[in-house]
Design a protein around this ligand. Structure first.
Ligand code: HEC
Ligand code: HEC
Length: 460
């Protein structure tokens, strides 16, 4: 008995040391704490209840019911064929990055961005899976997906390479499917990372007319020219209209994003993307599409959420979700907002664009969208470039990241390289970046002005 307790204590202690060692190593990697004082100006994630995750205002009761049901669907956990306890959804794999939308879209509430504890850490070996954890997946690092810049023959790749496979899982008997060779890709500088963008308020962003985006792009032309700011919209290769979603504004709509995410992140084929990406014959367990419209004839199955496919539910959850609510403003946050516009941040991060159109679901006209983005892509310089082109966004171009909700976000920039807002701002400056002149202004601010700017950002 005593021996057991002794062993228990030793085990606990060594676990504690392990945890400490991990946290020292990874804090270094994500916070770059050896930098100048100004980094300490970011007060960190705003506490209190999550200021996001609920439904949009002014929804009719049908839409309210749809929101509640689709929010649950967004949290559904998938296994290969839906046969495992607590993993009732089906279609997972052969390749996947996580097993539910909400695994990655979690902070500060369902629909958000990467949580503090990376769920990918425990997914590697769930249900007997035999995956190795690549070195860039850390338990306290951001959720990441990986794209390769080039194919082995040097031609552009740019596609997502799923981190895990279902090989070894109890619900994938006989599946043999090695993971991609991440070690080689890393050694060759061929791997880039993306972290989740939140879906809150996405319906309002869908509602913005192309005309409103173009009018905002043309506003303050003289000042933008002085600063060297020249962003352009990204366009759909299908219908030619302006695309707005994702780190490079590469994606058109919530439905298309949901369909793509379901197949790319979870390996679930669906009505938008019906074919398996990973064609390994020993790992195909379901017919296609693994998610589709429920054609049951039982009347009770005909609530809109019940007969709609998962992808329609996911899209509706995003579309019906409210934008994040800012904290009550103080004298300091107001001063910070002034700094934000005075030094030129607002030239890209446009505080408000009116939709200029009638809303998809609420039928409201010309609603203000306080996303702090112009929804254009800008050259962000060699320091941020990820060398992946999407649509007309080049390897160094990114969508002005919407800043609504940054107050309660943990990881910043497309690859989640920092948790510190000052670091995120400094990273805007490098060779070729359109933001260089604005960041020079930032660097010349007084300590108090920088502090107020951080308080303002953490109020969003
Ligand atoms: C493994 C983590 C992961 C999972 C699982 C995941 N996502 Fe994402 N999501 C991401 C990443 C990373 C991005 C940014 C991708 C990019 O722009 O390159 C993203 C972006 C999005 C966006 C764009 C939001 C915007 O405004 O830019 C939507 C919508 C979205 N995901 C929906 C979903 C849905 C629906 C599911 C479930 C089917 C899902 N995601 C599952 C990681 C994930
Ligand atoms: C030239 C346009 C431009 C200017 C000027 C600009 N930004 Fe950005 N900002 C961007 C883009 C594009 C990104 C996304 C970059 C990436 O992820 O690689 C971004 C990202 C951010 C992020 C991280 C958000 C996230 O979702 O991770 C913050 C915070 C931010 N900007 C704040 C500021 C502040 C404060 C200023 C003024 C000092 C500023 N920006 C000036 C274009 C700009």
């Amino acid at each position: 008995m005593k021996q057991q307790i002794q062993m228990f204590v030793t085990k606990r202690l060594s676990l504690l040391f392990l945890a400490l060692a991990v946290s020292i190593v990874t804090t270094g990697a994500f916070n770059n704490q050896n930098n100048s004082d100004s980094d300490s100006l970011d007060p960190g994630v705003r506490g209190g209840t999550p200021a996001a995750g609920g439904p949009r205002a002014n929804l009719s009761s049908n839409y309210q019911q749809m929101f509640t049901a689709s929010q649950l669907r967004f949290q559904e956990v998938d296994s290969v064929s839906g046969t495992l306890p607590n993993e009732a959804g089906s279609g997972l794999g052969p390749g996947f990055n996580a097993n539910s939308c909400a695994a990655c879209h979690a902070q500060p509430a369902v629909g958000g961005s990467s949580p503090a504890v990376n769920p990918q850490f425990s997914l590697a070996n769930l249900d007997g899976a035999t995956n190795q954890l690549p070195e860039f997946i850390l338990s306290n690092g951001p959720v990441r997906e990986v794209r390769f810049i080039s194919n082995p023959d040097g031609t552009p790749d740019g596609g997502v390479h799923d981190i895990f496979t279902i090989a070894g899982r109890t619900d994938a008997p006989g599946c043999v499917d090695p993971q991609p060779d991440f070690a080689t890709a890393l050694a060759q500088g061929n791997a880039i990372f993306r972290i989740p963008t939140p879906v809150f308020g996405a319906g309002l962003v869908e509602d913005i007319s192309d005309t409103a985006i173009l009018a905002n792009a043309a506003a303050n032309a003289n000042v933008k020219a002085q600063y060297g700011i020249t962003g352009v919209p990204n366009h759909s290769g299908n219908d030619g209209s302006i695309t707005r979603f994702g780190w490079k504004a590469q994606n058109k709509s919530m439905l298309i994003f949901a369909g793509e995410a379901y197949n790319v992140e979870q390996g679930v084929t669906n009505e938008v993307f019906p074919n398996e990406r990973d064609k390994t014959p020993s790992c195909q367990f379901n017919g296609i599409a693994e998610d589709d419209t429920n054609m049951a004839t039982n009347d009770s199955a005909f609530a809109p959420s019940a007969y709609s496919s998962d992808v329609v539910n996911f899209a509706m959850f995003a579309r019906l979700s409210a934008p994040p609510t800012p904290a009550p403003q103080t004298a300091q946050t107001q001063a910070g907002a002034q700094v934000f516009s005075n030094i030129g941040c607002a030239l890209c991060h446009t505080p408000t664009i009116n939709t200029g159109a009638t809303s998809f679901v609420t039928k409201e006209v010309n609603v203000p969208v306080n996303a702090f983005s112009d929804f254009l892509v800008h050259n962000m310089g060699s320091g941020l470039a990820d060398h992946v082109a999407q649509g007309n966004a080049a390897g160094n171009e990114f969508r002005t990241a919407p800043l609504w909700g940054v107050g309660q976000r943990i990881f910043f920039l497309h690859d989640g390289r920092t948790s510190n807002l000052v670091e995120a701002i400094k990273a805007h400056k490098s060779h070729g970046s359109e933001a260089n002149a604005v960041i020079n202004n930032f660097e010349n601010l007084s300590h108090t002005q920088k502090q107020n700017l951080m308080l303002f950002l953490r109020s969003l």
